[in-house]
Design a protein around this ligand. Sequence first.
Ligand code: NAP
Length: 264
Amino acid sequence: MDLKLSNKLALVTGSTKGIGRAIAESLAAEGTNVIINGRSQGVVEKVIEDLSKKYPQSAFYSAAYDLSVEKERQALFQAFPEVDILVNNMAIFNDAKFEEIGLDEWRRYFEVNSISGIALAKFYLPKMLAKNLDGRIIFIASEAAIMPSPEMPHYSMTKTMNLSLAKSLSRETVGTTVTVNTVMPGSTLTEGVESLLASLYPELDSVEERSRAFMLNNRPTSTIQRLIRPEEIGNFVAYVASPLAGAFSGEALRMDGGLVPTIF
Ligand SMILES: NC(=O)c1ccc[n+]([C@@H]2O[C@H](COP(=O)([O-])OP(=O)(O)OC[C@H]3O[C@@H](n4cnc5c(N)ncnc54)[C@H](OP(=O)(O)O)[C@@H]3O)[C@@H](O)[C@H]2O)c1
């Protein structure tokens, strides 16, 4: 299927690893030019070097900014005043019990996971609307947005916020070809999740053993009983980013391997 994404410009936040990198790869495979973001210049440049070899038809641009910091967001906006596709993917997560999470930590989660995406949407959405050429904003939430994760209450709260925001923003797009949606992945084997598994199961030796224990004990409702592969999410997000997916608007799209046990 030709997703009609060639020569578009996408910004995928947090695209040096995990789901963000997989989304960048799926878009690049369709000929989209991609702005790669992470906090370290060296890491961003290494990713660009690797992807340029793999996807010679696409151009990659470096955006080494910490997007939780307003000054760095302003630098990003100056460097890239317009994009066709914004994927608000970047987020932090760690396991913590409610009684252990101080108010400053709640504020940090709100800043990094919520305010950064709000600020980027605030900057890029008006430009997409003015252009009216299949602009796309996609928030990467989580199944935790609708089924809060018992080991991550602070993270889950920020993911629920994504759904509300995307729905509100979709009302700004009425009558245009621009869409705003949320994709909710289930547990996916990324670098971030590998660290989470190590912290939950330090007594187990391999990623495979930890993944099995995690699915069995922490994610028993998953019907696929395995961690999702990042590229499975990447390919779906590329479709949602494409002009072919213009009828998704304000949707909360699940790709969770059956983890959420309800129909809707
Ligand atoms: N993995 C899962 O099971 C899962 C499930 C549901 C939803 N999600 C969501 O999917 C998204 C990606 O998760 P992941 O597991 O792929 O994460 P990950 O492996 O931890 O990767 C996070 C990415 O974000 C970047 N990043 C972190 N803080 C940043 C900041 N302040 N500014 C710019 N970039 C920053 C990291 O880059 P550097 O370290 O290079 O700066 C990295 O590229 C998140 O929104 C997460 O909530 C994940």
